[in-house]
Structures are given as C-alpha cells and as structure tokens.
Design a protein around this ligand. Structure first.
Ligand SMILES: NC(=O)c1ccc[n+]([C@@H]2O[C@H](COP(=O)([O-])OP(=O)(O)OC[C@H]3O[C@@H](n4cnc5c(N)ncnc54)[C@H](O)[C@@H]3O)[C@@H](O)[C@H]2O)c1
Length: 230
C-alpha cells in the first residue's frame, strides 16, 4: 500500500480503473494514455491523473501507463493481492445469487461459509458450500480469520446479525438489507440498496419527461406550423 491515506472518492474509483485495466490487459494492451484509461473508466483524465498520483503513479511522458504495473499497484492498494475470507449470512434468494457469483472469488474474496437461521436450509449445498446454522458464526470466523461479513437477511434481522458479527471480530460489513445499521466506531459498513438506486433513476426519468417543451412542441400544441412563429 502507499501508506498515505487516499480520499474515499478516489478509493471508490479504483475498482473502476482496475476493471478497465483488466479489459485492456485481456485484449493485449500493454500501455495506455491517461485519456484512454479515463475514457474506458468514464471519468475525465485530470481526475484520473489526480487519483493515480495518490498511488504514486504518474505514468511516463509520451508513453503513458504500464497496464500490468498499474493493475498491480491498484490491486495492492485495495487489498486484492491478499485473500479475503468472507462469510455470507441469510441464504435466501439473494444469498444464493451471491454465493453463486464467481466475480468474488476471481477478485480474491473467498466465501468460506454460508449461514442461515432457518434450520430447513441447513445441509443444502450452494456453489459447493453447505449452509450452516447462524450460531456457527463465531467458530467460522475463528477458523478462517474472517474479516468481512455479508448480510443478506431481511431488514428486521440485519441489526442483530451485524451486532453478532462485530461481537465475534468482524470489522467490515457489506449490507444488502434496506436498513441503516448502527455500529461501533472502527467498523466499516457499505450498504447496497438497489431500491434507492432505482428511485434515483426514477427521479431522473421523471425530470426528463417533464423537461421544458421545445419551440416545435409548443407550436404543435397551439396547432400552428413551426414556420408560422415570428
Ligand atoms: N432478492 C433480491 O433481489 C434483493 C435485492 C436487493 C436487496 N435485497 C435484500 O436482501 C435481503 C434478502 O433478500 P432475499 O430476497 O434473499 O430474502 P429471502 O427471504 O429469500 O432470504 C432471507 C434469508 O435470511 C434468513 N434469515 C432471516 N433472519 C435471519 C437471521 N437472524 N440470521 C440468519 N439468517 C436469517 C432467512 O432464513 C432466509 O433464508 C432483504 O433484506 C432484501 O430486502 C434482496
């Protein structure tokens, strides 16, 4: 890691740069300009250069960035060169989808246990992992050194699950339940709220459809030809 504290907004963009670099690498690209990488990541190149400067990466004038080296630097910075054991709690519809998602393991997140409170689910196997009781959380965390917990339970259960996670030493939580968790300092929580994201899109959609009418539309409403406007 760079050792200096990187702004949160930059940290949030690093995985986006990494994804763009991964596609470049897969297509055999060995170097890229800041503009090429910025375009692939959907940001402006000044912001990209500033972000990468926090990693001590400035590229080479006239050559740009070395794709493989930058991939390595970003991966190291966001901890992807390490193996991260993860426990998922709540193996219903979403829990099944998360357990089956191969994108976690390819990025170093190894699901070591699937836990659920419903005894009817215990013993079922999802993605090669047996669902176990939630009361096994402490043993699982101790055995695998789990630092990251994923909550995919209904909202009413999420706070209790989070409290139990923290009590057994988990310090980072990814929460899919649509509820705000109250947790002690030092515990990082990321909330994935798909409904809120849809609501934000709905808000923009609504604004688009109520955008001011063009002159042509106003004229059409008045029943006059556009050419008739003075
Ligand atoms: N399904 C989706 O597409 C989706 C999308 C976004 C967010 N979410 C959210 O994710 C959560 C799960 O959704 P779902 O559709 O998978 O629900 P689900 O009802 O299918 O699954 C929830 C699972 O959590 C388990 N559970 C309940 N209380 C528990 C506890 N205290 N400890 C351990 N396990 C417990 C249940 O036994 C069940 O297996 C919800 O909060 C939902 O709002 C779901």
């Amino acid at each position: 890691m760079s050792g200096t504290r990187i702004p949160e907004a930059t940290v949030a963009r690093l995985p986006v740069y990494l994804r763009a670099l991964n596609s470049m690498s897969e297509s055999g690209t060995t170097t890229c300009s800041s503009l090429e990488l910025a375009t692939a990541a959907g940001v402006n190149s000044a912001k990209l250069r500033k972000d990468l400067s926090h990693l001590g990466s400035y590229g080479t004038r006239g050559v740009g960035y070395d794709v493989e080296y930058l991939r390595y630097q970003i991966s190291r910075e966001i901890g992807l060169t390490q193996d991260w054991p993860v426990v998922v709690v709540g193996i219903g519809n979403l829990g099944h989808a998360l357990a089956n998602y191969s994108g976690f393991s390819s990025r170093g997140f190894r699901t070591v246990a699937l836990l659920d409170a419903d005894t009817a689910r215990h013993g079922d196997v999802v993605a090669g992992i047996e669902i176990r009781g939630f009361d096994e959380l402490e043993a699982v965390v101790a055995e695998h050194g789990v630092g990251i917990g994923v909550i995919a339970t209904p909202a009413v259960a999420a706070q209790d699950v989070a409290d139990r996670m923290v009590a057994v030493g988990i310090r980072s939580i990814l929460n899919f339940a649509p509820t705000i968790l109250s947790l002690p300092e030092g515990v990082d929580v990321r909330r994935v709220d798909l409904s809120s994201e849809l609501q934000i899109l709905a808000y923009h959609e609504q604004r688009k459809s109520s955008a001011p009418a063009t002159v042509a539309e106003v004229v059409a409403d008045l029943g006059q030809p556009v050419g008739g406007v003075r």
